[in-house]
Design a protein around this ligand. Structure first.
Ligand code: ADP
Ligand code: MG
Length: 414
């Protein structure tokens, strides 16, 4: 369970100071919903936003130094917003469920004396209504600080410890051996740090989709797997897993996809003697099926997205860049509708989509669409579509957000 209600990004490439949704410092803003679409012209910072999530995930897995050097990021200096001194920082405003108060995770990365990136600050805070100020239950500066065990308790800015009778005993001094690895990874691996463990499991459940139809077409050898990998190269294995775990659900998903792909009459899994599985697609006009290795990019992509929406224990945060590539525009509206239906309410999963497609955006409400644009200083500005003048009025008249966008309503109004 859990989702982010907002994110603040500072000094990450064109995202010099951007807030999307609600954060601790901007608690009056409206939180993000379960489906957020990000639109904007080329160069406005959409891919950079996707990469922020990828970067945080890479920091957890490999440490900040390796994360800075990966994915053509060009090291700390390449990432850092031009003209900024640093640090690169993020604030995630996270909520586990509607009953629990939000948690803020702050991560600040800077260069050490040797010129190597390290974690300058890391903090987890929550707000207790009765006390009225945020309490930290993890606070590390240059790898040193404290963390609280258990489910409650924390320390305020002045050093006062609150919450629960044992909270003083729950406070532990902490010093990390490696200042390039986030403390949440080390401490979250220990059972006694309940809240850190829970938050870490949320961070680890992100899925950043770089689906590649060519990868998905390759013959796959291994056994059933519960989750699609980043490129989708194990799509048959995931289908096989779903087929094994819950045939009924799998058949439902297949039927759903069939109904969205007009040329396809039937999709069937075929198991070979050696235990492998391939999907067979029956197309109108042919009396023998095609294997998935021969299917079009669009068909494979749609199939992957629908599988993603129907995971058994879904990944909690999914980021997809430009799902429209290779997809017929009429399928996109359907896909957006299906995502909306599937993601409605709850704290089980949340999708972020960057897109250039008005067809996709037409299915969404102005609250769920964020417009990125380059500001006069060259840095990105982010704004909810609903906050533009005219949008409310036009939406009430029945004009869809994608059509407003296409008609250039969002341009030149920053
Ligand atoms: N270190 C940096 N500081 C400021 N701006 C940057 C930095 N690195 C890249 N950019 C800007 O980011 C833009 C690329 O953004 P990108 O996220 O790829 O946009 P989009 O995906 O919306 O097309 C570049 O055109 C450049 O203007
Ligand atoms: Mg891009």
């Amino acid at each position: 369970m859990g989702k982010i209600e907002g994110i603040r990004i500072q000094n990450y490439g064109p995202l010099k100071n951007v807030i999307i949704g609600r954060t601790l410092s901007h608690r009056n803003l409206q939180p993000l919903g379960n489906l957020t679409a990000v639109i904007g012209a080329s160069g406005s910072g959409k891919s950079t936003l996707a990469d922020v999530f990828g970067f945080i995930a890479d920091c957890l897995e490999l440490g900040v130094e390796a994360a800075c050097d990966m994915n053509n990021r060009g090291g700390f200096e390449g990432i850092l917003s031009r003209g900024a001194d640093g640090p690169i920082s993020f604030e995630l405003y996270y909520r586990e469920s509607s009953r629990l108060t939000p948690i803020t995770y702050e991560l600040e990365i800077n260069l050490d004396k040797m010129g190597r990136p390290y974690i300058q600050l890391e903090r987890l805070r929550y707000r207790v209504q009765k006390i009225g100020r945020p309490l930290s239950f993890l606070h590390l500066q240059n790898g040193k600080g404290y963390a609280f065990e258990g489910k409650e308790g924390g320390q305020d800015e002045d050093g006062n410890v609150f919450g629960g009778e044992n909270s003083k005993a729950q406070k532990k001094e902490v010093e990390l051996a490696d200042i390039r690895k986030p403390g949440v990874v080390t401490l979250g691996a220990m059972k006694q740090y309940d809240r850190i463990e829970q938050f870490l499991s949320f961070l680890k459940s992100w899925y950043l989709c770089y689906f590649s139809p060519d990868e998905a077409r390759k013959l796959q050898t291994s056994a059933p797997q519960p989750y699609l990998d980043r490129s989708g190269s194990n799509i048959n294995n995931v289908a096989q897993y779903m087929y094994r775990e819950n045939k009924k659900e799998f058949e439902k998903v297949l039927q759903l996809i069939q109904s969205k792909l007009p040329g396809i009459e039937k999709i069937e899994p075929q198991k070979f003697d050696n235990g492998q599985m391939m999907l067979r697609f029956w197309e109108k006009g042919f009396d023998t099926p095609f294997y998935s290795s021969r299917m079009s990019d669009g068909t494979l992509k749609l199939f992957a997205y629908y599988l993603l929406l129907h995971e058994k224990n879904p990944r909690r945060l999914v980021f997809i860049e430009e799902p429209e590539n290779g997809l017929y525009h009429h399928y996109l509206g359907d896909l957006a509708e299906e995502m909306k239906r599937n993601l409605r309410g709850g704290y089980t999963k949340q999708f972020f989509i960057t897109t250039h497609s008005p067809f996709f955006v037409n299915a969404l409400s102005p609250d769920d669409v964020w417009v990125l644009a380059k500001g006069p200083d060259g840095y990105s500005v982010a704004k909810r579509a609903a906050e533009y003048p005219f949008v409310k009025e036009l939406a009430e008249e029945g004009v869809s957000v994608g059509d407003m966008w296409y008609s250039k309503y969002f341009e030149g109004m920053e």
